[in-house]
Every structure is written in C-alpha cells, then in structure tokens.
Design a protein around this ligand. Structure first.
Ligand SMILES: *Cc1c(COP(=O)(O)O)cnc(C)c1O
Length: 384
C-alpha cells in the first residue's frame, strides 16, 4: 500500500535532514540551554531552549508529519502534554471524557483541574449516541481514548468527532492515541483536533525514557498550545528527544511485529482451558473487531485476559512468567505482564472505570512469538 511506504519513509526522515554544518546523518543532541545572539534584540530562531531547541524541533516536525498535522509539540511526559490541553480551558468549563480513560488522566482531571473549577463527567464512548447525548452547553473539551486501557474497547472516532462538531458549543476533540501510535491510527484524519501521545510507550519503544506529545492541524490551536508549552515549561531535554526520534525510525516494523505476536498470543490464550476470556481487537470474537479493521491499520500489541480461579490465580500467573516481565508501562520491545486492578489501575478504585480483579494485561513485545506462547503455557500450567 502506497501510504505504508510513505509512512515508513517519514518515520526515518521527517524533520531530520542531515545537519547543515557538519553533514551528520543523525540529528545532533543540541545539549545547550542558550544560543549566541547576532545583536541586542535581534530576532533569532533559537534564543533559549525552553522556547525552542533544534533536537526538539526535529522531533516535533517528525511527529507532525506522522500524524498528518501542521504542528507537533513535545512535552516532558504524557501527563505534561495532557496538562497543556486542560490549560486551554477556563473555570466553569465542562469536559466530557470516555469513562475508561488512562488512570493518570483521571487523577489529573479530578484531583488537580477539578479543584481549579473545571467540571468533568464520564460516559461510555463505545456507545456513540449515548456519548454525544452527554455533551452539555458548556462542554469545551471531549477526551477520547481508543483502544482503551486495559479493557481494549474501541470508540468510533469519526462518528464521535462528526457528532461533536455539530454541537453549537463546538468542543475541542482530543484523542489519546498512545495505544495505537500514528502508524495504526491517525485521529486528525478522522476529525479530531488534537492527537496526544505518551511517547514513553510505542513511539520511544525501548522503555528508556519518559515523554509526551501533541499534534494539531489548526493554527490557532497550535499557537495557544505553543504558548502554554513555553509559558509552563514542561519540555523534554534534547537527549530524550533524540531517543524518541531514534525509536520512531523503527515504529512501523515494530508495530507490525507487536501485532503479529499479539494475535499469536491471543489465539493461544483463547484456546486454553484455564483462560476465561481474551480481549484483543484483532480477534474476530472482539465485539468491535469490524471497527478495529476500519479504523486501525492493525490491532496493536496490547492483550488483556481473565483466568479461571479469580484474583489469586491471576496474581500467581503474573508472577510466574519468565520472558514476560512483571512491570507497569507498555509499548517497549520487551514483553510485560501486569494485573491492572492491583498495579497500574489501583488508583482508579472508586472511579467510573471498573477493572476486574482477575484481569491480566500483556504488552506483547517483539521477541519470537513461539517463545512468548511457551512462556504463557508454562505459567498457566504451573499457576493452575
Ligand atoms: C502512559 C500513558 C499516559 C501518561 O504518559 P506518561 O508519559 O507516563 O506521563 C497517558 N495515556 C496513556 C494511554 C498512557 O498509556
């Protein structure tokens, strides 16, 4: 497919012409806070690295190209990027969010911005009509995630964006695209205003940095978010920007392998007698399999499942794999296993997101698929 080749080429080259002064093929790590000025008060492209840094600029241009946007903005973490979006709003504004959103986003909404006078409600975004019906006259922001964490539900981004745009208040539509990455799904092309990433995950891809990003396709939004990025100052350092750029070069081949292994693992789990259910949008049994095929290039690398024997059995299993490492986070080349209710999602107790205590989440890596299946088979028989 032509766009596939285009994407892979952009992933390697976008924003990264060889360095004009030395010819260096890799974007240099411009480890500097300040820049010599040509004269007092003279306009310069670079003055101070909170405002602009060439390594960060290369990453921002690359991200904009991959998401099909006009401007990318890099942040110190996914939460810092989220914080910048929320700062577009004013006291009294309402935010409608998908009810199964990332736990850290829920915490930021409730504990920080709730105290500052923003109002939040949560609804099931998989139900398009119901969700659109929950928009209020003062709704200024709609917050979506697809696929969601850890239940791997999808929402119809195009239908939700179209419906929300018809609303007289014209809320901003932000999609947390972390689980899909721009290789699998491009929210701006589906009608969203902002695509958000934790670059910590698939974009970085090697579990060696914390970072975040926003991509937009509207000059006014770009200008307001750029102002906030500089005014608040939660920017990433040049080394972390370099590492994300390096990770992005292999994003398409990594994502294809993640998805291939995730399908292999899901099919194995679905046929195992000790497994109660498997959640993976790439399985025909997933209730939104058709939407996944329409909206995503492939179904990605995240798989969740429930085991027979409840919470205790899930905890035993998660502690007995050898290749799958018991750890939080996701999106790196190595396979990880965790129990969301007791780990990543412990802080969502009492929130609208109900995570079953016996649910196990896998971030399926790019190792040999047969080894991953054997590891899970061993763990299932020893933990059973
Ligand atoms: C990890 C994650 C975040 C937060 O990103 P950080 O880089 O950890 O701040 C936000 N959304 C999703 C879906 C994530 O997985």
């Amino acid at each position: 497919m032509a766009t596939e080749g285009r994407f892979a080429t952009l992933a390697v080259h976008a924003g990264q012409a060889p360095d004009p002064t030395t010819g260096a093929v890799m974007t240099p790590i411009y480890q500097t806070s300040t820049y010599r000025q040509a004269g007092v008060g003279a306009d310069a492209q670079y003055e101070y690295s909170r405002t602009a840094n060439p390594t960060r600029g290369a990453l921002e241009a690359c991200l904009a190209a991959l998401e099909g946007g006009s401007r990318g903005l890099a942040f110190a973490s996914g939460m810092a990027a989220t914080d910048a979006v929320l700062h577009l709003l004013e006291r009294g504004d309402h935010v409608l969010a998908a009810h199964d959103l990332y736990g850290g986003s829920y915490r930021l909404f409730q504990e920080v911005f709730g105290r500052l006078g923003l109002h939040f409600t949560y609804a099931n975004a998989a139900d398009t009509e119901g969700f659109l019906g929950a928009i209020q006259p003062n709704t200024r922001l709609i917050w979506l995630e697809s696929p969601t964490n850890p239940l791997l539900d999808l929402c119809d981004l195009r239908a939700l964006a179209d419906g929300a745009k018809d609303h007289p208040g014209r809320p901003i539509i932000c999609v947390d695209n972390t689980f899909a990455s721009p290789y699998l799904q491009r929210p701006l092309s589906l009608g969203a205003d902002i695509s958000l990433h934790s670059t910590t995950k698939y974009l970085g891809g090697h579990s060696d940095l914390i970072g975040g990003a926003l991509v937009v396709n509207d000059d006014d939004l770009a200008q307001r978010l750029g102002f906030l990025q500089n005014a608040v100052g939660s920017v990433p350092g040049p080394l972390d920007c370099f590492l994300v750029l390096r990770g992005i070069k292999t994003l398409p081949i990594r994502m294809d392998r993640h998805a291939e292994n995730a399908l292999t693992v899901s099919e194995f789990l679905a046929g195992h007698s000790r497994v109660a259910s498997v959640l993976y949008p790439g399985l025909p049994s997933h209730p939104q399999h058709d939407l996944a095929r329409r909206q995503m290039r492939n179904a990605g690398g995240m798989v969740s499942f429930r085991v027979q024997g409840g919470r205790e059995a899930a905890h035993r299993l998660a502690a007995s794999t050898e290749i799958f490492t018991l750890a939080e986070s996701l999106g790196g080349v190595e396979s990880l296993i965790e129990v969301p209710a007791a780990m990543t999602h412990a802080s969502t107790q009492g929130s609208p997101l109900q995570v079953p205590a016996d649910l196990i989440r896998l971030s399926v890596g790019i190792e040999a698929g047969e080894d991953l299946v054997e590891d899970l088979a061993r763990a299932l028989s020893s933990a059973g």
